[in-house]
Design a protein around this ligand. Structure first.
Ligand code: ADP
Length: 384
């Protein structure tokens, strides 16, 4: 660390959303020289990062040009141009995640194939190169419904995920490359955050239980740690560790899991970077996921993942009927709750279900945290 600080090494973060902002906040505690590549005006990271280079995170040229000036490079989004990362890695920039890893992550079909090849549990899946071939397969009775249908690329927060229960539902499916999956009878959803350093040290946070927004495929709130059968907890941790090693990943890797009605565990998807389901580690854990990611990327010893308390996070999602300038409500009521902190990302515009901030609450007991979450969900919001 001394060498790192004394040499004035430069760290580049590709993307300036809330995850980039929180990475930059932790980096600022060490007074690291951080730059960010981001195209939007007034991105969340701007309040905590001295140098923001305008440019697109998906552009090969922009990422390459930005990355060339860095000693270390990381990302806050899965959509970063992977080819540019591979090239930067080859040219000697310490680039984590690797471009090769992001190429797999950016395509849900490649992710599934990678897991299958490495003997990791996933729902049964099929791949179709377009909508027509999927519909023909259904018409010819090779494919039965119900199924979950996902666009292979560019999906997030449930955008690009469709439940097809009957033929009529196929009408809404976009004409693009598609992944078709068995509909898992989900009992619970979890996320496990694992981190691996460049010297192979691995640490894992306790499982996080995710509670989805009704009628939307995105996370409403989450808590950790939760009561969980030892066997299931161990299984998810083992899978997380195996996956981070298989990907040869350095940094934080967040893995989302399904637990089905027979207590069988499936990987849903993973992201090789700090994750929205890890915000609770800021207040709740001995080392936040952001600091862990920095430690791993910079080749430093990892911190402890133990929780100091039970922690829960409520996402502040944009009201469903409004787009425009955000107006937050109920925050003061939430601040009155003991052990509660408000995080506002600083996005200029709210949209239906857009993540605009989150509220973390910590406590001794899970029941206490869940009680406070109930109040926060009732009081807080963002809309007109
Ligand atoms: P995104 O990448 O947009 O977050 P996901 O692939 O994680 O989309 O899916 C979003 C949600 O959709 C999951 O959290 C889960 O609730 C539901 N879902 C996804 N795949 C399946 C499946 N095979 N069976 C049942 N539900 C699923």
């Amino acid at each position: 660390m001394d060498k790192l600080l004394n040499s004035g090494s430069k760290l580049g973060i590709v993307g300036g959303g809330q995850l980039g902002k929180m990475l930059a906040i932790d980096a600022s505690r060490w007074q690291l020289d951080v730059s960010c590549l981001e195209n939007s005006n007034n991105p969340p990271i701007q309040s905590v990062c001295g140098e923001i280079k305008p440019g697109s995170i998906t552009s090969y040229e922009d990422v390459l040009e930005f990355g060339r000036k860095m000693d270390y490079l990381t990302v806050e989004s899965d959509s970063v141009n992977a080819k540019a990362l591979t090239e930067l890695e080859a040219s000697g920039v310490k680039t984590f995640p690797r471009g090769q890893t992001l190429e797999i992550i950016q395509d849900k079909y490649l992710q599934r194939k990678f897991c299958a090849k490495n003997d990791l549990p996933i729902p049964e899946f099929h791949h179709f190169s377009n909508k027509e071939s999927l519909v023909s397969s259904y018409t010819e009775k090779a494919l039965q419904l119900p199924k979950i249908i996902k666009t292979c690329k560019a999906g997030y927060d449930g955008k690009g995920v469709f439940l097809a229960a009957s033929e009529k539902d196929l009408e809404d499916i976009p004409d693009t490359e598609l992944l078709v999956e068995e509909l898992v009878s989900i009992k619970k959803e979890f996320s496990v955050i694992v981190v691996r350093s460049s010297v192979g040290e691995i640490a894992c946070y306790p499982a996080i239980e995710l509670f989805m927004r009704e009628n939307a495929y995105l996370v409403d709130y989450f808590v950790s740690p939760v009561e969980l059968e030892e066997k299931i907890r161990e299984e998810m941790e083992e899978i997380a560790k195996k996956l981070v090693v298989s990907l040869k990943h350095v940094g934080v890797l967040a893995i989302e899991f399904f637990l089905d009605s027979n207590d069988k565990v499936f990987i849903n998807e993973c992201s090789p970077r700090p994750h929205n389901s890890g915000h609770h580690t800021i207040e709740g854990s001995l080392t936040s996921q952001y600091e862990q990611h920095l430690r791993a990327v910079l080749g430093l010893p990892l911190g402890k993942c133990e929780m100091k308390s039970v922690a829960g996070v409520v996402n502040l999602l944009g009201d469903e009927n409004y787009s425009g300038k955000p107006n937050f409500r109920g925050l003061e009521e939430c601040l009155k709750l003991a052990g509660t902190n408000v995080h506002i990302y600083g996005k200029n515009e709210t949209r239906p279900l857009r993540k605009m901030g989150h509220i973390t609450t910590v406590g001794e007991e899970l029941t206490e945290v869940l009680e406070k979450i109930k109040i926060i969900r009732k009081e807080a919001g963002v809309g007109k």
